[in-house]
Design a protein around this ligand. Structure first.
Ligand code: IPD
Ligand code: CA
Ligand code: CA
Length: 268
């Protein structure tokens, strides 16, 4: 077991330092004519930038936090995470955007404590000139074009007034029809996609973000930022945290109503 209290300020500083390292690599390769794109066994694409970012982050963590473990999208997870703090890395979230020249992509860095709670999160989207971060009990912040602001979720309390963002209609299974029909009852729907949907919830610009099929690295950093901005982060069955293979971020006020609307049990 890990013992002793962690200094979350120091962990957050490290996460921000890792984000800087990531941005330097990813921005240099963004829209490069010689970008190398391969197809992974799950048929999703990966670029040389995804791998270089994750490797650089892993090397820095090994140097500065040798006792911590790392879970990353491109280079895997240790056999056991029991009793340890571990960093969760998505080197580029939105790889399909990245490789086509759409600027909505980011490096996601989360730190998970031995209970499974995310205690530090950084999302860095250099092509959007934006970075978001949070640590437990310290609030959530966003930096845009050099200015840092505290962020808070919205106060919208009725689904009929809500703005909802999602990624696409893939992975919804039997819930797809419910989600599609809900769009006629709410104020606005847009597919901002990926980390961006959830960060817009944290900023209060969107009220609910939903993605029905995700991995831990897609969500760890988002979870603590949304919660520290005053929102709620669960999977589509309402299980709190980023360990449930799907994500709903909301301002908290709309969470239960939204879960109810897309529930397979509930009647619409
Ligand atoms: C993808 C994004 C997307 C989700 C996919 C993920 P990647 O991550 O998070 O929103 O729908 O399931 O694989 O591959 O671009 O890091
Ligand atoms: Ca991802
Ligand atoms: Ca990725």
């Amino acid at each position: 077991m890990s013992t002793g209290a962690r200094d979350l300020n120091s962990d957050l500083d490290l996460a921000l330092h890792l984000a800087k390292i990531a941005d330097e690599i990813s921005l240099k390769r963004y829209q490069a004519l010689d970008l190398v794109i391969e197809t992974k066994p799950d048929l999703s694409p990966v670029t040389d930038a995804d791998k270089a970012v994750e490797k650089a982050i892993r090397d820095e963590i090994a140097k500065l936090r040798p006792q911590d473990l790392v879970v990353g999208e491109e280079f895997g997870s240790p056999d056991s995470l029991a009793g340890k703090y571990y960093w969760v890395i998505d080197p580029i979230d939105g790889t399909k955007n990245y490789l086509r020249g759409v600027p909505t992509w980011a490096t996601l860095i989360g730190l998970v404590d031995p209970t499974g709670a995310v205690v530090v999160g950084v999302v860095s989207a250099p092509a959007l000139s934006r970075r978001w971060w949070a640590a437990t009990g310290k609030g959530a912040k966003c930096e845009f074009a050099g200015e840092v602001k505290e962020i808070r979720v919205s106060k919208v309390s009725k689904l009929s007034d809500a703005s909802i963002s999602y990624s696409d209609l893939i992975g919804w299974g039997e819930r797809k029809a419910k989600f599609v029909s809900l769009q006629e009852k709410i104020w606005r729907t847009r597919g901002h996609g990926d980390f961006w949907s959830h960060m817009l919830v944290a900023e209060g610009a969107v009220d609910i973000a939903v993605e029905p099929s995700l991995s831990l690295w897609d969500m760890a950093a988002l979870d603590v930022i949304v919660r520290e901005a005053g929102g709620k982060f669960t999977n589509i069955d309402g299980q709190p945290g980023p360990h449930g293979a799907s994500a709903i971020s909301s301002n908290g006020l709309l969470h239960l109503d939204f879960l109810d609307q897309i529930s397979l049990k509930g009647a619409n």
